[in-house]
Write a protein that binds this ligand. Structure first.
Ligand code: AMP
Length: 488
C-alpha cells in the first residue's frame, strides 16, 4: 500500500514525502481510511508505530475541508498523558500540516499559563493537551470544548497508570455527545476496556503487532557487570564507541543525576530528564539532545515515555527494568520505523532475574559480551538493608562508617518508577580506590557491625587490573600475586 492509496490530500502527501515516509506503517494503513470516513476507532498501538500520523493526517484533512478563517473554535482535541508527548504530537501536527492552513497549539501544566491562553485567544483548530491543565483552563473559561468534532484519547492505559483517569472523565463530560472518538492504548486493562464501551460508537479496531515483535529489528548486547562498576563501564563504552546520540535509562531519578555527574566529570556531555526536573529543564535537555549539543540523555522510564528522537543509534540500559515490557519500550527508542539500532544492557547479579523475564517475553536470549574490563565478580544477591550513611568527602571510606551512637543520616527516599519487589541490590558505594586498604574485608566488618555495613561480603580489589577475579562467591579472596620483578 502507498500513501496515495489512502486518498490523502496532495498537501499531506507532499509533507509525508518530505519527511521521507515511503509507505504507510501498519497502523497508518489500517486507521487512516476509517478515520477519514468519520468512524470511531480503538487503536492498540504504542508510540513508535507511526500512530501519530495515523490520526493526525486524517484529522488535518477533515479539518481543512471546512476551515473558517474568521472564526476558529477548537474542533479537534488530542488528550495525552505527558508534556513531552504533547509537545511531540504538536510538532507532528505542524510537520504533517505544513502545507495546510489548520492551526494547532499545545497546552500542559508545570509552566505559566499566560502564553498558552494567548495562543488559544488567537483561535486554534486543534488542541493538544494534558488533562490537568486542560480542565484548569476550561474551569477558568479560557477553553470551550462544546464544538469538538474529533476527540483523541492517546495512551489511555498510561493515563490510568498515572492516575489521570478521573481528569480524563472530567474532560469527556465537557465534550459534545455527537463527535468522532479515537482511543489509543498499548494495552487494554479492564478499566480502559470499560471506558471504550462508554465513549466509542461502533469503533473500528486496529491492532498492530505486540511490542515484543519489534525487538527483532534491534541488535542487542548484554554486559554482566557489578553495580559499582556500571558507571566505569558506561564511561569506557562511550569513549570507545562512535554513536553521536545515546539514550541511557536508569531505574531512579537520583541514579540518572549520578550518571550525568559521572559523565560530565569524564568530559562526556550529558543531561538528565526525569520527574524532578522542571519543565524548562526537561525541554532544554530534550532539545539539546535532539540538536546534538549533548551526546547523552539520561532518562527514567516515565520521563522517557513517548520521547521520539530521530535516528537514535544506541540505547543503554544502565539498570535493567524489572518489568520486561519496559525493556521492550526502552529499546524501541532505537531502530524506529524500520531503522536498525543497538541496545546495550548492563546487568548485575541481582538483575539476572529481570533478564530471565525479559528473555522469556522477547523469546530471545541477548548475546553476552564477555570481553570488557569490568566483568561481574559478585555472584550473590545483595540483601536488602537500610542505606548506610554516606561517607563524608573528607574522610577516608574505611573510617567513614557510622560510629556507635552517631546520628543516622537517612537519604531521602525517591519513588522508583517501575522497580518494585524482587531482590533489589543494596546501593554499594565504591570509594576512590586509593582510600581503601587492600585488606578491607566486608565480611568481617558486617559480622562485627551487622546493621551498619552493607551486606556485601567482599569487594573488588581496587588495585587489581580491571577484569581480574579477586573474590569468590563464598567471600574468600584470591591472594594478590606479586610480579616477580617487584619481589623483595
Ligand atoms: P509515532 O509512533 O507516531 O511516534 O512515530 C514514530 C516515528 O516514526 C516518528 O519518528 C515518525 O516520524 C516516524 N514515522 C511515522 N510514520 C512513518 C512512515 N510511514 N514511514 C517512516 N517513518 C514514519
Amino acid at each position: 500500500m502507498t500513501f496515495q492509496d489512502l486518498h490523502l490530500l496532495p498537501a499531506l502527501l507532499r509533507a509525508a514525502d518530505e519527511l521521507g515516509y515511503k509507505t504507510p506503517s501498519a497502523v497508518q494503513a489500517a486507521a487512516i481510511g476509517p478515520v477519514l470516513a468519520g468512524r470511531d476507532l480503538i487503536g492498540c498501538a504504542q508510540t513508535g508505530t507511526g500512530k501519530t500520523a495515523a490520526f493526525a493526517m486524517p484529522i488535518l484533512q477533515r479539518l481543512q475541508s471546512r476551515i473558517d478563517k474568521t472564526h476558529r473554535p477548537i474542533r479537534a482535541l488530542i488528550l495525552t498523558p505527558t508534556r513531552e508527548l504533547a509537545l511531540q504530537i504538536g510538532e507532528s501536527f505542524e510537520r504533517y500540516g505544513k502545507y495546510l492552513s489548520v492551526r494547532s497549539t499545545v497546552i500542559f501544566g508545570g509552566v505559566g499559563q499566560a502564553p498558552q491562553v494567548e495562543a488559544l485567544a488567537h483561535g486554534v483548530d486543534v488542541l493538544i493537551a494534558t488533562p490537568g491543565r486542560l480542565n484548569d483552563l476550561c474551569d477558568q473559561g479560557h477553553i470551550d470544548l462544546s464544538l469538538i468534532e474529533t476527540f483523541v484519547l492517546d495512551e489511555a492505559d498510561r493515563m490510568l497508570d498515572m492516575g489521570f483517569i478521573h481528569d480524563v472523565r472530567k474532560v469527556i463530560a465537557r465534550l459534545p455527545a455527537k463527535r468522532q472518538t479515537l482511543l489509543f492504548s498499548a494495552t487494554m486493562p479492564q478499566e480502559i476496556a470499560a471506558l471504550t464501551k462508554q465513549i466509542l460508537r461502533d469503533p473500528v479496531r486496529v491492532e498492530v503487532k505486540p511490542p515484543s515483535s519489534t525487538v527483532e529489528l534491534i541488535e542487542q548486547r548484554l554486559y554482566k557487570v557489578d553495580k559499582a562498576n556500571k558507571r566505569r563501564l558506561l564511561v569506557w563504552l562511550l569513549k570507545h564507541r562512535q554513536e553521536a546520540s545515546v539514550l541511557v535509562f536508569t531505574a531512579t531519578k537520583h541514579g540518572a543525576d549520578r550518571v550525568v555527574r559521572e559523565l560530565t566529570q569524564s568530559k562526556i556531555p550529558a543531561m538528565a530528564i526525569h520527574g524532578n526536573k522542571s519543565q524548562t529543564a526537561r525541554v532544554k535537555a530534550l532539545s539539546s539532545f535532539k540538536e546534538g549539543a549533548i551526546r547523552v540523555l539520561v532518562a527514567t522510564d516515565i520521563a522517557a515515555r513517548g520521547i521520539d528522537i530521530h535516528e537514535l543509534p544506541l540505547v543503554i540500559n544502565f539498570d535493567l527494568p524489572n518489568v520486561p515490557e519496559t525493556y521492550v519500550h526502552r529499546i524501541g527508542r532505537t531502530g524506529r520505523a524500520g531503522r536498525s539500532g543497538l541496545a546495550i544492557s548492563f546487568c548485575n547479579f541481582d538483575e539476572l532475574v529481570y533478564l530471565k523475564d525479559i528473555e522469556k517475553l522477547t523469546r530471545q536470549s541477548i548475546p553476552v559480551v564477555e570481553d570488557h574490563p569490568w566483568p561481574m565478580e559478585i555472584f550473590e544477591p545483595t540483601l536488602k538493608q537500610p542505606r548506610p550513611p554516606r561517607p563524608s568527602k573528607q574522610q577516608p571510606q574505611a573510617n567513614a562508617r557510622k560510629q556507635p551512637g552517631a546520628p543516622e543520616k537517612s537519604a531521602p527516599k525517591q519513588p522508583e518508577p517501575a522497580r518494585a519487589p524482587a531482590p533489589k541490590p543494596v546501593p554499594v558505594k565504591q570509594p576512590p580506590a586509593a582510600n581503601l586498604p587492600e585488606t578491607t574485608h566486608f565480611a568481617q566488618q558486617s559480622a562485627a557491625q551487622p546493621s551498619k555495613s552493607p551486606a556485601r561480603k567482599y569487594r573488588s580489589d581496587p588495585f587489581a587490573p580491571p577484569g581480574k577475579v579477586v573474590a569468590f562467591a563464598d567471600g574468600r579472596r584470591r591472594p594478590r600475586r606479586r610480579s616477580p620483578g617487584k619481589q623483595q
